[in-house]
Write a protein that binds this ligand. Structure first.
Ligand code: CUA
Length: 400
């Protein structure tokens, strides 16, 4: 699967880049809409008209540029206009129906305006004519009230139909409870006994019935994988449902779609769709006992040292490793790490699961992802030494 990886730069770099690009945009906008002009009234007027035509040109150019740039992404793994499931297609069809109706109305209305402006314009030398006033024309006013109302009522039919169709509870589905946390997604395959984070694995051609929620004390998040279905909120203390599926194997990217604090933009998710046999193998691998060093392991074993640190440094208070003394949960639950080494990404699917990234993360998590550990939001800096980080990374990378 070749899909763009999330950026591996540090969060500070990211912010800096965001800041500089915003800055660049603002400076460009200020040259399009200058705030002051100088000169005599007549030169100002001439300059203004020159400027306004240049402004129009710039705005048009920017629009064209943004259109070209937005068309550039060759793979577009989160493009809702490239539906990869029945429900996503239902939404896509509804979208295009709306766009086509709107486009026809646009062409008709604009055409009428342009036609009228040309046909009835005052010719050279022609005297000014009084314009026929149509204010209070009951028939016209009824017409332009009733026609749009009918169009909207007509559109409501397929809209409601799609909503009901997509909300239909699937049969023979795989149940997954999705919990939104600040700032990552937790997946509990309630029938299969698998718990994982950020990266969801599903078989192709099978409905996945999601029960969506968030812990009390958390905030509202929203689960959205544009190519697989619509979006649905994860509300603390409530449950919503959403069905997703995928026609073909592949990686489908998603993103939290409800502003949820500091790292909302860093709350990403991935859905890996496999052939059914491959999915079964994945489930089996997830059900295997966690590979943690035994109590009798050699003291010089780096992994054993890492496992000891995992407990003594308090990692196990937030991160569960199934079947071990690491229980997880607590006030500030973190992702279940039972088979962490099998994941491609970590930290809200923001970073590739590499040694370099893991080291940087353990050294100072908040530097890679904006968090508020003091408020039980995200991972704290545990003040680990280089050697401790080496041991912990070795331990984590053994969790296959
Ligand atoms: Cu979670 Cu935005």
């Amino acid at each position: 699967m070749t899909v763009d990886r999330p950026p591996n730069g540090k969060a500070t770099d990211l912010h800096f880049r965001m800041f500089t690009s915003d800055f660049g945009r603002y400076t460009r906008i200020s040259t399009i809409f200058p705030t002051s002009s100088m000169g005599s009234p007549s030169t100002v007027k001439a300059a203004r008209s020159r400027k306004s035509s240049r402004r129009l040109g710039s705005v048009g150019g920017l629009l064209l540029l943004s259109l070209i740039v937005s068309a550039c992404g060759e793979e577009l793994p989160a493009n809702s206009l490239a539906p990869a499931s029945e429900r996503a297609r239902n939404i896509d069809n509804l979208f295009w129906l709306t766009v086509i109706i709107a486009a026809v109305i646009f062409v008709l209305v604009q055409g009428a305006i342009i036609y009228t402006a040309i046909k009835f314009r005052r010719k050279k030398g022609e005297p000014e004519r009084p314009v026929k006033q149509i204010h209070g024309n009951t028939r016209l006013e009824i017409a332009w009230t009733v026609v749009p109302a009918l169009i909207l009522a007509g559109l409501a039919v397929p809209t409601v139909q799609t909503i009901f169709e997509n909300a239909e509870e699937p049969v023979n589905a795989i149940n997954v409870t999705v919990t939104g946390h600040q700032w990552w997604f937790e997946y509990d395959y309630t029938d299969l006994g698998v718990i994982t984070a950020n990266e969801m694995h599903i078989p192709t051609d099978r409905d996945i019935f999601l029960t969506l929620t968030a812990d009390a004390g958390d905030v509202i998040h929203s689960f959205w994988v544009p190519r697989l279905s619509g979006k649905r909120d994860l509300v603390p203390g409530h449950t919503n449902t959403l069905t997703i599926s995928a026609d073909t194997p592949g990686l489908y990217l998603g993103q939290c779609a409800e502003f949820c604090g500091l790292s909302h933009a860093n709350m990403r998710l991935r859905v890996y769709a496999h052939e059914p046999a491959e999915f079964d193998a994945w489930v089996e691998s997830q059900l295997a006992p966690a590979d943690v060093p035994s109590e009798t392991a050699d003291e010089a074993d780096l992994r054993a040292e890492g496992w000891e640190l995992f407990i003594s440094k308090g990692c196990s208070a937030c991160h569960a490793i199934n079947g071990t003394e690491a229980e997880g949960g607590g006030l500030n639950p973190g992702p279940n790490l039972t088979h962490f080494a099998m994941r491609d990404t970590f930290a809200g699917s923001l970073y590739d699961n590499t040694t370099e990234n893991l080291r940087a993360w353990l050294a100072n998590p908040s530097e890679l992802k904006a968090m508020e550990p003091d408020l039980n939001r995200g991972m704290p800096n545990l003040g680990l030494s280089d050697d401790e980080i080496t041991a912990l990374v070795a331990f984590l990378q053994g969790l296959e």
